[in-house]
Ligand binder design. Structure first.
Ligand code: PLP
Length: 432
């Protein structure tokens, strides 16, 4: 079967300009092993972005593979609408155990986008059901350059023009705060006092915006402001959760417990689509009542809390414990910081931003038509690594389990690739 021609004639890839896609030979990944991806021609590549930010312990991890197989021997799927199943129950208990204090209720879904939408809908409905003055709380505050997913609700609280501005007429209005500026957050909350349902933030790092790192203390200040102005706080840890920043959850760095915690990407160790929105007893109780009062949260997806995905997620949490993943990560974070020093010194690099195992290497300005980030990606492939940029920000986000030697090789490849991709253009530019 001619895979490539069938791909070109039938597949429509996400976040991809297909006109350019069909002009290039696609990389077709067939297998994976540890932190390597292997294509149909048997070539190996380091998985430099954790298969879109979700792989944690490496691919084909024996523990997680076995857990999914064992669950498969019992059943692949049964619904959580009106029924329950052991993996969903066990995982909920485990998530509550490790989540910031106060988050005691777990609502499952399938993607980061739905995890965020669910938090927004719950927050909105919570205030409506409180009634009286509280029902005036119908507004949301989000950050400029925010990314919370691609469905219409999550796009409404998004702020990346390139992805989001097209849909403006379809979106609900939100208040946009200047990221990292607690004063601006306070101004918005004060100007809209008594009308804000919730503030939604990506704690510590705004990933899709290009790995923008917030100043220390900002998240804490946002939590305090939400308390002062009575707004609920939604922390979208879809990207930063499950160890990415060096702690299990980014909120832990600032001792913050949000009212909603959204998790997805890394929850199954990068195995299967699963998401969860965690919330507090206070919010949960706001939905209790007799059937005929219609305080139910009328929301659910067909595959919500899929048993195979929950089994993978439980096994991933076991691996965190057994392999002391977070403990062993600390030295690798420090190593990564050292390895990035010479990259930051490259004349074509304007800034390197790092928080834990999340890195954005911003290139100096090149004409957008050059697609410099993409050129770097192609160079990296030639050298044996898969990375995917955000515009001209080269993203590095390896699995937490990566060996030190592979990490060194990965940063070396990326550095060489930046030099190789920019060289033909950078020299001419300096002369100009
Ligand atoms: C990726 C991401 C999402 C969306 O998750 P999907 O599973 O792709 O829908 C939401 N929020 C953040 C912070 C993300 O990085």
């Amino acid at each position: 079967m001619d895979l490539i021609s069938f791909d070109h004639s039938h597949l429509w890839h996400p976040f991809t300009q297909q006109q350019g896609w069909v002009e290039e030979e696609p990389l077709v990944i067939e297998r994976a092993e540890g932190t390597d991806l292997i294509d149909v021609r048997g070539r190996r590549f380091i998985d430099g972005v954790s298969s879109l930010w979700c792989n944690v312990h490496g691919h084909r991890h024996p523990r997680i593979d076995a857990a999914v197989r064992e669950q498969l021997e019992r059943m692949a799927h049964s619904t959580l609408l009106g029924l329950s199943h052991p993996p969903a129950i066990e995982l909920a208990r485990r998530l509550v155990e490790i989540a910031p204090p106060g988050l005691t209720r777990v609502f499952y879904s399938d993607s980061g986008s739905t995890a965020a939408e669910i938090a927004l809908k719950m927050a909105f409905q919570y205030w409506q059901q409180q009634g009286g003055e509280a029902a005036r709380r119908v507004k949301f505050v989000s950050l400029k350059d925010a990314y919370h997913g691609d469905t219409i609700g999550s796009v409404s609280v998004g702020g990346i023009d390139l992805f989001h501005s097209m849909y403006r007429p379809l979106l609900f209005d939100t208040l946009k705060a200047e990221p990292g500026d607690a004063g601006d957050m306070e101004r918005l909350l004060a100007e809209n006092e008594g009308e804000v349902a919730a503030v939604i933030v990506e704690p510590l790092v705004q990933g899709a915006a290009g790995m923008l790192v917030q100043p220390p203390g900002y998240l804490r200040e946002v939590r305090d402001l939400c308390d002062r102005y009575g707004a609920l706080l939604v922390c979208d840890e879809v990207a930063v959760g499950f160890g990415r920043t060096g702690r299990m959850f980014a909120c832990e760095h600032e001792g913050v417990s949000p009212d909603f915690l959204c998790v997805a990407k890394g929850i199954t160790g990068g195995y299967l689509p699963l998401a969860a929105t965690l919330t507090t007893e206070r919010v949960y109780e706001g939905f209790l009542g007799h059937h005929h009062e219609f305080r139910t949260f009328f929301h659910g997806h067909t595959y919500t809390g899929n048993p195979l995905a929950c089994a993978a997620a439980i096994a991933s949490l076991d691996v965190f414990e057994e392999e002391r993943t977070l403990e062993r990560l600390q030295d690798k974070i420090a190593l990564l910081e050292r390895l990035l020093e010479p990259v930051a010194a490259l004349p074509v690099v304007s800034e390197v931003r790092q928080r834990g195992f999340m890195v954005g290497i911003e290139l100096t300005e090149f004409p957008v038509e050059l697609r410099m980030g993409h050129r770097v990606t192609l160079e990296a492939r030639r050298r044996g690594a898969v990375v995917r940029p955000l515009g001209d920000v080269v993203v590095l986000m390896p699995p937490l389990a990566i060996e030190q030697s592979a990490l060194e090789r990965l940063v070396g490849i990326v550095s060489d690739s930046i030099v190789a991709a920019t060289e033909p253009f950078a020299s001419g530019r300096e002369a100009a």
